[in-house]
Design a protein around this ligand. Structure first.
Ligand SMILES: [Zn+2]
Length: 222
């Protein structure tokens, strides 16, 4: 009985975690001041706070199917509103786009036409905002085996979404002044590790020696 289990969890949270962190929750009633905007997939296997060992109030989070950011200027999106609020109102200086291994959305992207009948909304979402990734993979990596192809698609999707982030006026402005860093991450479900895009070697590499923010092409020239 899933709801029973959730209610039991709520009670446990209230009796244990909430009780022993009263000061934190009291402080949070006065407002939030998160340092990081964490964008990730809706996939239930990812828990941003758990994997970064952060507490309530530390991460501002946007989640959707495939950790996708529609570029600025199209339809108004919840993602855009979240980005604007995070960067302008909350003054966030670090944005992480975190994809993950075994991503169902990226598997779907590799067989996009199969989705159109049964999940037209998922189809539209991927067709609109992940088509650059699909095209790049389809045209350049036909010979890859399915596992390697999925890994590459996951990586390329994150890099596409980084570029989409850079289309937002509020992001361009803060990147120009050097006040904002973008990070491209992959969470490996099988190892519990994070890989980050390291532009020096043009690869996703383990994060220990990071943080490896992506290069800022928008920084002021002087
Ligand atoms: Zn996913």
């Amino acid at each position: 009985m899933p709801m029973k289990r959730l209610i039991q969890g709520l009670n446990e949270f209230h009796d244990n975690y909430f009780s022993t962190h009263r000061e934190l929750f009291e402080q949070l009633t006065h407002g939030q001041a998160p340092d990081v905007l964490f964008i990730t997939c809706s996939d239930s296997r990812i828990d941003p706070n758990l994997l970064t060992q952060t507490q309530p109030g530390e991460l501002f989070i946007i989640r959707n199917v495939g950790n996708i950011i529609p570029p600025y200027g199209g339809l108004n999106s919840g993602e855009g509103a979240g980005i604007e609020y995070a960067v302008y109102a909350l003054g966030i200086k670090e944005i992480i786009i975190c994809g993950h291994t075994h991503c169902g959305a990226m598997k779907g992207l590799l067989q996009l036409n199969k989705l159109s009948e049964e999940m037209p909304l998922v189809y539209d979402w991927l067709k609109c905002y992940a088509e650059a990734t699909r095209r790049l993979v389809k045209d350049n990596y036909k010979d890859y085996d399915p596992e390697k192809l999925l890994k590459l698609t996951i990586e390329q999707n994150i890099l596409t979404q980084i570029e989409n982030l850079e289309t937002y006026p509020v992001i361009r402005s803060k990147m120009h002044s050097g006040e904002l860093n973008l990070h491209a991450w992959i969470y490996e479900i099988e190892t519990g590790e994070i890989l980050a895009y390291n532009a020096d070697v043009a690869k996703f590499t383990p994060l220990e020696k990071g943080p490896f923010p992506v290069p800022n092409p928008l920084a002021a020239l002087h």
